[in-house]
Structures are given as structure tokens and as C-alpha cells.
Design a protein around this ligand. Structure first.
Ligand code: ATP
Length: 503
């Protein structure tokens, strides 16, 4: 063989080796691809055979996306991410599905449901203080989506446990602050307050139903009234009945609006925020009043927010909040169908400017019922339609007797050394009577189910209900603070040094 032949053979062999090794590389690649494919198919098959999944909230990824911090079953855990999801973007706050062994197997996106909270304040770019309906505050993380768009005062969808606020929920602030409703309470539902009701009808309804006479006599209709007195005696009922009664006077099927604003819910510690909310409520009232229907703006627990300026009780907030309310009340002067009603247990705390002529200038005391009043209230809650035994009036009289029976509740030592004992009967309220009737009805139902032979509610049911209500009532003042007792027991007119609840 010549040297030329040998060289040619060598080249040929090299070419073959090259071709084979490139084929080999391709095969190796194919093998790897098939293996990968196979393992992901295996993973899918495994998933199909898995037990029911649990879910968690993705908090952040670690180890180049191969593991993640997840909040699940009430705790934070570090979990593996399924290889299928490597390289996929997870947004913090996203809901993730967890497969067997708590491996993250699916990204479900941001949760669509949760608890609503109010965003109080942003803390840096990524966190915020939110507050639930009971006023509990939490610090939560904000998802990317709401980091830019959410502002203080917004309603946000949250998961308190995971510590995330996911999205901003459109809900008008006025709807949050006031409950708009068409009340179905009438004056007939209210017991023991006939003189108060008469005074209100004269002052509010007359100008409403005869505006022309008021114009002719150049008499300004009242803009509002203040109902004051102890808790649970019918202030809210009266305000609702006013709204209802006014509506029946316009005769288009009787609709009226009742903006029920709870004083404490208006409060906001941010400068100017409470004022803005007051403005919004009156804006809404004017809007509703536009079609001629009566609009009652009812402020419950008014003293919580419209305190005497300079009293320093709740910082200096009053100095700007009170004038805002005054401006708004003055602003609805020409709108005859908007009436402002305030309710309070502490009228002495309310800024006097709010009670001047042209504002809430009609003050009506809604007192605790006496025996006669109590019987009248009982009659609104218990009538012949309820199955009962004997004469309904006798039952009511027995219940009133029970409520007013002398039973000591608190022993007060006064500044002059004397001792005064207040009885349960000193704290009777309409709310308590309504509760007594409800309790007695429940007892009657229980007896009926147990096969006790009565023809309905009995005097004994009412007697037991009175005792239970007195023992458990949340409306009874329960404070050991002597100053509070000096105020509550105002009829004594002497300072209380020591108070002991003995009932
Ligand atoms: P608060 O100061 O705590 O807001 P309130 O004076 O506004 O109390 P209401 O809300 O009007 O009290 O009364 C609570 C419930 O008690 C009523 O829904 C009603 O069932 C009953 N009630 C109170 N007063 C009367 C009353 N005079 N006649 C009939 N029911 C009454």
C-alpha cells in the first residue's frame, strides 16, 4: 500500500469518527429530552393520582425558584416547587395549590375572595396598616397590584392570617359610613314616648307638609333635632319613624332615605379625613334629596365626634370637625327635605354651636320608661297575636311588676357620707323590655317542644325572662368608676366616692 492510500484511509476514518460522535451527541440530547419529558409526564400522572390538594399563599421564592415561602394551614412553611413550574413567575400573595408532600404544583393567581378591611396607612411601599370592622389593626403586605393604586380609606380584600392585602375593592365610602335604608318603623311601634313623638311631629312634620304656610309666615323650618337620653330607650326608633312618617306625606308610594351614620365610624385619625367623610355624607344626602324625597341624616353616638371644641377630650380634632358639620348643616338650609337628627347619651359633651337656632335646635329628651311607659312598650312587643295564657294585659302587668320590683343593683357612697342604693328598676329601658319579651317567647317555645301543656306564653315565662335579663343585660351600667356613677345617677346630685355593684 502506498503512503497516498494510507492518508486517504485515515481521512475516511476520521470523517466516520466525526459523524459517529455527532450522531452520538444528538442521541444523547434526544435521550435527555425524552428523559425530561418522561419525568414531567410522571409528575403529571403522580398529580392525577394525588389526594385532594391543599392551598397556600405564596410569599416569596428562594433557591432560584426551586423552593418558596408559603403560608398554609395557619403557618409559614418553606416548600419545594414542582420542576414543572421552574422558571414560572409567582406573584407574592398568589394562591398556590400544594400536591403530595406539600409540593407547589400550581399557580392559581391572586385570591378572589377574603375579608374586607379598611386601609388606614401605608408603611413604606410594600406594607400597610389595615383595620377590620371591629377596629383591630394589622400590618399586612400589599400585592404589586395595589402597591401603587391603594390609598388610605380604601376597602381592600385581605387575608389577615397570611398577612396580605390583595386588591382594592370598589365600595363607596358613604356606603361604608352610613347604612342607607328605607325604615319600616312607625310611631305605632314606639311605646311610652307619646309626648316626645307629639313634639317631634309638630316641629318636623308640620313644616314638611305645609311649607307654603311656613313661607307665608316667614318661619324657618327646623333643620334638625337632637334626641338625648339613656341607651336603648328609643332614640333610633324615633328617628326611623320620623323618616317613615315624612315619606308617607309625599305620597308617591312612601319612600324616604335614612342615612344611618355611627359617630365612632366617622372618626379617623388622619388630618382632614373625618371632615372629608362628613362632606361626603352630606353630598350624598343632597343627591338623594334631589328627587324631592325626605332624607334623614341620623348621627348615632353624636358626642363621640362633635364634642365641645377645646375640651381636649379627643385631641384638637373638634376644632375642625365641628365647623365642618356646622357648614354642612347650614348648607342644607334651603333643602327642605333634608333633616339632621343626632342621638346621644351624653348631651353635655356636644358642642353648643351645633344646638344653636337653625341647626339641631330642637332638643328632645328620651327618658327611661316609668311603669306606665314600660307597660306601653310591652304592649308593642307582646300582643294578642302571640299564643299566650290568660289575659294579655295581666301578663304585661305582672312583667312590669317584676321589672320594677325592688332589687338592689349598686351601692353608692356619697361625698357627704350617706349611702344610696340604686335598684334594677332604675335602669329599665325599652331595649331591656324587648329582650324580656324575646326571652319569654323562647321559654314558651322550649316548653311547647318539651310537651309542657300550656297554651303559649305564661306569666311564669315572663317572670323568668325578667330575672334572666336583669342578670345578663348588657345595658346595665357596669363601672366601678365613682365619677361615672356621679354622672349616671345624676338624680342624686352629689359626688359619688365609692361604687359597688351588688346585684
Ligand atoms: P342607643 O343610645 O343605645 O343607640 P337608642 O335609644 O337609640 O339606644 P333604640 O335603638 O331605639 O335605642 O332601641 C333599641 C331597641 O329597643 C329597639 O329596636 C326596640 O326593640 C326596643 N325599644 C327601645 N325603646 C323602645 C320604645 N320606646 N318602644 C318600643 N321598643 C323600644
Amino acid at each position: 500500500m502506498t503512503s497516498v492510500d494510507t492518508a486517504a484511509e485515515n481521512r475516511e476514518l476520521k470523517r466516520k469518527v466525526q459523524a459517529l460522535s455527532s450522531r452520538n451527541a444528538k442521541l444523547a440530547e434526544l435521550l435527555k429530552f425524552s428523559r425530561d419529558n418522561l419525568s414531567s409526564l410522571h409528575a403529571e400522572i403522580d398529580q392525577l393520582g394525588e389526594p385532594a390538594s391543599t392551598y397556600g399563599i405564596f410569599m416569596g421564592s428562594v433557591k432560584e425558584g426551586k423552593e418558596a415561602e408559603v403560608f398554609t394551614s395557619g403557618r409559614q412553611m418553606r416548600l419545594k416547587v414542582s420542576p414543572n413550574l421552574y422558571g414560572q413567575e409567582f406573584e407574592p400573595g398568589a394562591l398556590v395549590r400544594l400536591g403530595e408532600g406539600l409540593v407547589i404544583v400550581e399557580n392559581c393567581g391572586l385570591p378572589k375572595t377574603g375579608t374586607l378591611a379598611t386601609l388606614l396607612e401605608k408603611v413604606g411601599d410594600q406594607r400597610a396598616i389595615v383595620c377590620d370592622q371591629n377596629g383591630n389593626e394589622s400590618l399586612v403586605l400589599l400585592t404589586d397590584k395595589i402597591q401603587t393604586e391603594a390609598r388610605a380609606g380604601d376597602t381592600v380584600l385581605t387575608d389577615y392570617k397570611a398577612g396580605f392585602a390583595f386588591e382594592r375593592v370598589e365600595k363607596t365610602e358613604v356606603a361604608q359610613l352610613s347604612l342607607e335604608e328605607v325604615p319600616d318603623v312607625t310611631y305605632d311601634d314606639i311605646g311610652g314616648l307619646a309626648p316626645q313623638i307629639e313634639a317631634i311631629r309638630d316641629s318636623v312634620e308640620l313644616p314638611f307638609s305645609h311649607p307654603e304656610l311656613y313661607r307665608e309666615f316667614d318661619l324657618k323650618p327646623p333643620k334638625g333635632l337632637l334626641l338625648y337620653g339613656p341607651p336603648g330607650c328609643g332614640k333610633t326608633l324615633i328617628a326611623k319613624a320620623v323618616a317613615n312618617s315624612l315619606s308617607s306625606r309625599i305620597g308617591d308610594g312612601g319612600k324616604s332615605y335614612f342615612l344611618n351614620v355611627k359617630g365612632p365610624e366617622l372618626l379617623n385619625k388622619f388630618v382632614g379625613e373625618t371632615e372629608r367623610r362628613i362632606r361626603l355624607i352630606f353630598e350624598r344626602a343632597r343627591e338623594l334629596a334631589g328627587d324631592g324625597r325626605p332624607v334623614i341624616v341620623f348621627f348615632d353616638e353624636m358626642e363621640s365626634i362633635f364634642r365641645t371644641r377645646g375640651s381636649g377630650v379627643s385631641s384638637d380634632m373638634e376644632t375642625t370637625v365641628v365647623p365642618q358639620l356646622l357648614t354642612e348643616i347650614d348648607g342644607v338650609e334651603d333643602i327642605s327635605n333634608v333633616i339632621v337628627i343626632g342621638a346621644t347619651n351624653r348631651e353635655e359633651l356636644i358642642d353648643p354651636a351645633i344646638l344653636r337656632p337653625g341647626r339641631l335646635d330642637i332638643k328632645i329628651r328620651v327618658s327611661r320608661p316609668d311603669r306606665e311607659g314600660a307597660a306601653d312598650i310591652f304592649a308593642r312587643h307582646l300582643n294578642d297575636k302571640v299564643p299566650h295564657e290568660g289575659d294579655i294585659q295581666d301578663l304585661i302587668d305582672a312583667a312590669v311588676g317584676g321589672l320594677f320590683a325592688p332589687r338592689p343593683y349598686v351601692r353608692l357612697e356619697l361625698v357627704d357620707g350617706s349611702v344610696e342604693v340604686l335598684n334594677y328598676s332604675d335602669f329599665v329601658s325599652g331595649a331591656m323590655i324587648a329582650n324580656v319579651v324575646d326571652r319569654a317567647k323562647k321559654l314558651a317555645i322550649k316548653d311547647h317542644i318539651a310537651g309542657v301543656s300550656t297554651s303559649g306564653l305564661t306569666a311564669e315565662h315572663l317572670r323568668r325572662a325578667v330575672v334572666a335579663e336583669q342578670n345578663e343585660s348588657e345595658d346595665l351600667p357596669n363601672t366601678s368608676n365613682p365619677d361615672e356613677w356621679s354622672r349616671i345617677s345624676g338624680r342624686i346630685g352629689k359626688k359619688v366616692l365609692n361604687a359597688e355593684v351588688i346585684g
